[in-house]
Design a protein around this ligand. Structure first.
Ligand code: G4P
Length: 534
């Protein structure tokens, strides 16, 4: 936008978009927090809806059969709501048994992340893995320390642990207020105000009312007691003296995380968090492409596919490709081009997703995610454009955590199995690797979550007529390797290692345990080890 021209619709819509994902370890409270954000966003009126849906899913969902049988969501959905004039797109990241590559890929479609921690556990394994993906993308990360309504690790200690563990600086934006060990409020350090929660509520089903006090207000001492106020003032002084100051550039570069304290269950601290998060979190910014950075304000429509959901409706066997819009104004029915194939496509029935419901949409803007019905031509990472040919940076292939050999139930259907494995891996349902064997290359499926195997089995049988079984391989810890062929050969021949090739022919070494992997990384000096495909 030129300095003196009035803002266009595109300027306005981009400026108010906030597209983010929540990263956490199972049970930290992601479902609960998501529900409360929707509650504050007015998208649901009484909390409990999202959870109720979980149990209810077999009644309401027409998603794939497998999902129905298991009662879990196979891939993530996108929740959209308005709050404080922001259009919020919350990209839901599957976290339990349904943790998969989609969880990682969703982060590539987000502009920022909320890292949700349990106040007793701090950084846990999944949080760390997801954080690494965000860090690689230099994504701004805001931290929410949850479950403060019950005793946890001392906040100062917890922040120190996060800093040491993840190598990110923490800036407490709020600070928990306790009265005789009861969590009663937070200090908003920017406004220098104390927010006390109204405890008379309905156990978190509706919004928590707040009373605001200046720190020096005598009424605060009456409310909290002189002792609690003294303790709080001391803690705040300590933070001023020893903590990091807020630095917006560092936040946007992903090296400093503002931290909020609260309780998703009781709603305490959720609203101050949401309000400030939306102020802090960036609107969509330029994305790297093969022809340089593409500004969201560029007039041509561009976007990329970050997730493909197959067979959501078994009666139609359709697939939905989820596209993150990067620039331009999207209008239903517009014609775009799939850059990889040069194929023109008319996007006539785009959809948006509110929890489990699909809604047809007429228009969308950068930062939004739309679902496009697809007959099988789209792949993860595909760029769509209405203007010049360009490709957005590839979505990385993340290291699988489980590997299994695929055996066709009927050896005569090996060809169908190979076709299925190739097409499903191109689509991104799982990764396929090959090990050399006496009888030729033997396929090995690699996945991040166990559920991906079930999805593969189901689809191989129903779409390709190739029922098969998977047998786990005794190796779990992969690294792609680069180096001279001799160095790779030598490293691969050591005991306790398995060498595989990915679909592009790039070699990986698999190790039996983490210790063996670490040893190799530290000692195999002639090789470079990559945790995502180079
Ligand atoms: P997840 O999606 O990250 O896996 O977590 P989820 O929201 O399902 O929460 C996991 C458990 O933690 C739930 O308890 C939930 O009620 C509880 N929880 C979430 N936020 C808070 C909080 O702020 N304070 C406290 N004390 N607990 C919280 P559950 O017993 O496993 O399930 P439920 O019976 O409550 O549904």
């Amino acid at each position: 936008m030129a300095a003196d021209s009035p803002p266009t619709d595109l300027d306005r819509e981009v400026a108010r978009r906030r597209t983010f994902a929540i990263i956490s370890h199972p049970d930290a409270g992601k479902t609960t927090l998501t529900e409360k954000l929707l509650l504050y966003g007015g998208a649901i009126h009484l909390a409990g809806t999202v959870k109720a849906r979980r149990a209810d899913r077999h009644v309401t969902s027409d998603w794939m059969e497998l999902e129905r049988q298991r009662g879990i969501s196979v891939t993530s959905s996108v929740l959209q709501f308005e709050y404080a004039d922001c259009q919020v797109n919350l990209l839901d990241t599957p976290g339990h048994q349904d943790f998969s590559e989609d969880t990682y890929r969703t982060l590539v479609a987000a502009d920022s992340a909320v890292m949700l921690l349990d106040n007793r556990k701090g950084v846990e394994e999944r949080t760390r893995q997801l954080f690494e993906v965000c860090k690689r993308r230099r994504m701004p990360i805001v931290t929410f320390v949850n479950k403060c309504d019950r005793a946890g690790v001392d906040p100062m200690t917890l922040l120190g642990d996060v800093e040491r563990d993840l190598g990110i600086a923490c800036w407490p934006a709020t600070w928990p207020v306790y009265q005789a060990d009861r969590f009663v409020g937070v200090v908003d350090r920017t406004a220098q105000q104390v927010l006390l929660f109204d405890r008379s509520g309905d156990h978190g089903a509706s919004r928590a009312d707040i009373q605001r006090f200046e720190l020096s207000d005598p009424a605060l001492a009456v409310e909290l007691g002189a002792e609690a106020v003294t303790q709080l003032t001391d803690e705040l002084h300590l933070l001023e003296g020893a903590g990091h100051p807020f630095d917006r550039a560092a936040f946007l570069a992903g090296t400093l995380s503002p931290v909020y304290f609260g309780s998703a269950l009781s709603n305490f601290g959720v609203e101050p968090f949401l309000r400030e998060f939306l102020t802090l979190a960036p609107a969509p910014v330029a994305r790297e492409s093969s022809i340089g950075p593409i500004s969201p304000l560029a007039p041509d429509f561009t976007g990329f596919v970050f997730k493909i959901q197959a067979n959501m409706d078994p009666r139609h066997r359709d697939r939905v490709a989820f596209v993150r819009i990067c620039s331009g104004h999207f209008q239903a029915g517009m014609e775009v081009r799939q850059v990889r194939t040069g194929r023109p496509m008319r996007l006539s029935a785009p959809q948006q997703f509110m929890a489990r419901e699909r809604v047809s949409i007429e228009e969308a803007w950068p930062g939004d995610v739309i679902g496009i019905m697809d007959r099988g031509g789209l792949r993860i990472g595909d760029t769509l454009t209405s203007g010049a040919d360009l490709e957005f940076q590839d979505i990385p292939r993340f290291p699988p955590e489980h590997f299994a050999r695929a055996y066709p139930a009927d050896p005569l259907r090996r060809k169908q199995l190979d076709t299925g494995l190739r097409e499903l891996s191109e689509e991104g349902a799982a990764q396929v690797f090959y090990a050399e064997s006496e009888t030729g290359p033997a396929p090995i499926v690699g996945a991040i979550g166990q559920l991906q195997f079930d999805v593969m089995l189901f689809r191989l049988e129903h779409e390709y007529g190739a029922p098969c079984r998977f047998e786990p391989v005794g190796y779990r810890y992969p690294r792609w390797v680069t180096g001279t062929p001799e160095a790779i050969e030598q490293a691969a021949s050591a005991r306790g290692r398995l060498r595989l090739y990915d679909a592009k022919g790039q070699p990986l070494l698999l190790f039996e345990n983490e210790w063996a992997l670490r040893w190799a990384v530290e000692n195999e000096r002639k090789l470079t080890f990559h945790d995502v495909a180079p």
